[in-house]
Design a binder for this molecule. Structure first.
Ligand code: ADP
Ligand code: MG
Length: 309
């Protein structure tokens, strides 16, 4: 798949401090790309470089294979981490103004704003001042303004912070919808909720360096350990458990069942296949559950960071 955005070996220093150290990322067209990392990792610095707010000390950024230029700003919708709307302006007036700055005609802007305000059920906010809105409410308005001109690349810096779970879900669904309509999305987060449901690609930044990047399914394949969650109904369960422990790496597992099963996680050496394990188990009792254990993004995040300390 072609890349919409490529960052090549970007480095950014503030004085003697290196905020971003030789970071490269490749964002495929049509993907939802999660820029993950703890607080202070360098995510916002990278996002500001992509938005031409900060210049990198070294490195290049390509959008559609072209080095970034001022005119690319209109191809990008950017929701900054520090949300900024004019507090004393009215919501509608301000949304119209910002939409026109992005190149929409007034009529077009009005039409699209009406669509979004109806969708978010906030039409009655139109004449309120921004300062009358809660943080979450203002953030909804800013989200709308970010996506309104339908740019091909959307960049959301910590889009879920400041939202309650219900509104975070609304935003999550909108992000998926925007991808469906053809947009490429980059969003940063230091919290792993939603990443699993949203991202098909991720990059993990830690202490200014990229320590992991790729397609989520490929990363999961690389991190999985040939482990299976097993539920087994056996008459002589103590004895079966002991036998299994002799033969495989077994730890107890916990899941709900309506009968008294042996519940465990079994890790196989690479020379054994799941079918061989299943065959072995079916000779010992009734196999009620047999699932491959696939690591979650959160688990991968923690493991990779710990390994890189
Ligand atoms: P993140 O978004 O991952 O939380 P940032 O990119 O905001 O991290 O910051 C990375 C590091 O760079 C932090 O240690 C931050 O204090 C530092 N930093 C960011 N911007 C500036 C700046 N303008 N001047 C000095 N230090 C900065
Ligand atoms: Mg940040």
């Amino acid at each position: 798949m072609a890349n919409l955005l490529e960052v090549q070996q970007a480095t950014k220093r503030f004085g003697t401090f290196t905020a971003l150290n030789n970071v490269s990322i490749q964002v495929p067209k049509g993907s939802i790309f999660g820029l993950l990392g703890p607080n202070g990792a360098g995510k916002t610095t990278l996002i500001r470089i992509i938005n031409q707010i900060t210049l990198p000390d070294e490195g290049n950024v390509l959008l559609d294979n072209e080095p970034l230029q001022p005119h690319h700003v209109k191809d990008i919708g950017y929701l900054p981490e520090e949300r900024g709307l004019y507090k004393s302006m009215k919501v509608g007036e301000q949304a119209l103004y910002l939409a026109q700055l992005k190149g929409l005609s007034k009529t077009e802007a009005k039409e699209r704003l009406k669509y979004w305000f109806d969708k978010f059920d906030i039409t009655h906010w139109w004449d309120k001042k921004i300062q009358e809105l809660s943080k979450g409410m203002a953030q909804k308005v800013q989200f709308i303004v970010t996506v309104l001109h339908r740019p091909k690349l959307l960049i959301f810096d910590e889009p879920f912070s400041g939202f309650d779970p219900i509104n975070a879900n609304v935003i999550k669904d909108e992000i998926l919808q925007l991808q469906e309509e053809g947009a490429t999305v980059i969003f940063s987060t230091h919290r792993m909720e939603s990443v699993e449901e949203l991202c098909d690609h991720i990059a993990l930044i830690h202490k200014s360096k990229k320590i992991l990047e790729g397609k989520v399914t490929d990363i999961k394949k690389a991190y999985k350990t040939n482990t299976f969650e097993v539920g087994l109904l056996a008459d002589n369960s103590m004895q079966v458990y002991a036998e299994l422990q002799d033969k495989f790496k077994v730890v107890p597992a916990d899941f709900k069942t309506i009968d008294d099963q042996l519940k465990m996680k079994i890790t196989l050496d690479n020379n054994l296949s799941s079918n061989e394990l299943l065959q072995y188990l079916s000779n010992k009792g009734q196999v009620m559950r047999f699932n491959e254990v696939i690591p979650g993004v959160n688990e991968i995040f923690i493991k990779t960071i710990t390994d890189n300390e």
